[in-house]
Design a protein around this ligand. Sequence first.
Ligand SMILES: O=P(O)(O)OC[C@H]1O[C@H](OP(=O)(O)OP(=O)(O)O)[C@H](O)[C@@H]1O
Ligand SMILES: O=c1cc[nH]c(=O)[nH]1
Length: 222
Amino acid sequence: MATSPKPSGSGPSQPGSSQSGSPRSAAPGGVRLIAAGDEISRIIDRIAHQILEKTDGAKDTVLVGIPTRGEHLAQRVAARIGTFAGIAPPLGILDITLYRDDLRTRGVRPLENTEEPDGGIDGKIVVLIDDVLFSGRTIRAAFDALRDWGRPKAIQLAVLVDRGHRELPIRADYVGKNIPTAREEQVFVAIAEFDGADGIVISPSTPDRAAAMELIKAQGES
Ligand SMILES: O=P(O)(O)OC[C@H]1O[C@H](OP(=O)(O)OP(=O)(O)O)[C@H](O)[C@@H]1O
Ligand SMILES: O=c1cc[nH]c(=O)[nH]1
């Protein structure tokens, strides 16, 4: 993980990434499809290759997915690293809910899975994996949550989508897609294992998940 000198609210522009996302198709309500199906698999493959390159073949490296969709993404990235390098890195799941800085204002949220990777994180490179990077507050909470597990040698961050509008000096080491957005827009990432299909959709405000999934599935079938 590295800190960014970019001012908060500026559009995303990250190292080690990624084409920017321009809409592929739109639906009623202004919901726009950015990517779907095999394109998501290719993005995951690219992130897996980049992690291998930057961590000397995933040496002393563990992947830690942030629920909900980051958990499934991390499983996919670990499996692809296993395919490319012959051995998959240990995998953990980190629920950051209790470490959020908006617990009091956002109300009660259900707790998710937490599983420490085999062998722990002391002295390891921890690659945090999440679907969307927006304000950066989820990742900040993840730093606090990781402290309960130990002291890694380094923390890196991989995200499928960086949509900009950071409120903290946080940037990702691996970015699937940089998608410039208006602050009020919403990015919805669908992951096949959880949602039934892979895709990335932008909606003008609160995400209409049903409309987003319709668009993603229609694209996957075309
Ligand atoms: O950079 P931030 O402003 O923190 O936003 C990014 C986070 O928002 C979403 O999670 P959300 O809290 O909506 O929960 P979910 O993963 O269960 O969808 C997303 O999965 C990221 O974890
Ligand atoms: O647009 C957004 C912002 C935060 N988290 C998401 O999943 N999407």
